[in-house]
Design a protein around this ligand. Structure first.
Ligand code: ADP
Length: 306
């Protein structure tokens, strides 16, 4: 599936639209291709309606593949990330969602035997160009992990860490402002303002995750990557993070991997469905959930997968 929704050579929509299903389809024929993509209802998916293209994407990824040794974990993914919106990546475990996320801040570089091919442009610049400094790049692309991982430092120092190493403040009061604003934007200030010198690790799980988000936004990234940020949290803490994601998208592009389809539907404007290393379908979240174009997406969303 191409990002624009234009049917490509491997796009089942092409086959479905081109050839009506016939009862006597022989294996390998065009009719067989259509039958393979019949929805369980017996209905051939409607011909593709082109997805609105992402205008001025922050990330533009073309034909991105990742190999771990000889294993191709991500297969030719073409996907854009829009500004000031949330892109949710869903799909069964092991289908390459985290691998794709790690391409966006070159974290796969840190994995021995991992190899990335294809093009990944951030604001039009190739992030894999050898002249690109990975540390600088990661300052522009924040990452929040599954398990909150505050540094073994005070709450203040957790948030001040990035601005300090990137030389973002000229005075203590400027640093104080960054710490305060970041904690406010992460919805944590009121809960911690009287204990900024206590360890970040002493906070509850949900607070720790908001601290990690404050630490991420303190360096003013352009994009925030989130890898199942709520999977270790209870429903109340999850709801707070989801509200926060909704607020943050006014300023940032956010890419979130989630196993919760409800969460994807609640927080994202676009949803991408991955399966066995391939991007199967991407589109506006409402459309993907109410009218998935691909049988695999529909099976996953309706729980028939597997
Ligand atoms: P998801 O996030 O959808 O669960 P992953 O991106 O973690 O999927 O994994 C995609 C595939 O790549 C899986 O088959 C997984 O086993 C493999 N994989 C992920 N990380 C590594 C790694 N560091 N080394 C080797 N294989 C890996």
């Amino acid at each position: 599936m191409s990002e624009s929704g234009t049917p490509g050579p491997r796009d089942p929509q092409t086959a479905a639209a081109a050839t009506p299903a016939g009862p006597g389809a022989s294996p390998g024929s065009a009719d067989a291709a259509v039958l393979r993509h019949l929805k369980p209802s017996g209905r051939v998916p409607a011909p593709a309606v082109p997805e609105p293209a992402v205008v001025d994407p922050v990330f533009s990824c073309r034909n991105v593949s990742v190999f771990y040794g000889a294993k191709e974990a991500l297969k030719g993914v073409t996907l854009d990330v829009g500004r000031r919106q949330v892109l949710a990546m869903i799909g069964p475990s092991g289908c390459g969602k985290s691998t794709f996320l790690r391409c966006l801040n070159r974290m796969n570089d840190t994995i021995a035997g991992a190899r990335v091919s294809g093009t990944i442009l951030l604001d039009g610049q190739d992030i894999q160009d050898p002249s690109q400094d990975a540390a600088q790049l990661r300052a522009r692309i924040g990452m929040v992990f599954q398990k909150p991982n505050p540094f073994p430092k005070s709450i203040y120092d957790n948030v001040a860490y990035g601005p300090r190493i990137h030389g973002m403040s000229r005075s203590r009061s400027q640093l104080d402002d960054i710490v305060c604003t970041s904690l406010q934007r992460a919805g944590l200030w009121d809960e911690v303002k009287d204990r900024l010198t206590t360890p970040g690790t002493g906070l509850s799980g949900g607070q720790q995750q908001r601290l990690c988000i404050a630490r991420t936004i303190a360096v003013q990234p352009e994009v925030i990557l989130m890898d199942e940020p709520c999977s270790a949290l209870d429903p109340v803490a999850t709801a707070r993070i989801e509200d926060l994601i909704d607020e943050l998208r006014e300023s940032y592009a956010i890419v979130i991997v989630t196993h919760s389809m409800q969460q994807a539907a609640r927080v994202s404007q676009r949803t991408a469905y991955f399966h066995l290393g391939e991007l199967i379908e991407v589109g506006e979240t409402d459309r993907v959930f109410t009218n998935p174009r691909h049988r695999l997406t529909e099976d996953y969303i309706t729980g028939r997968f597997g």
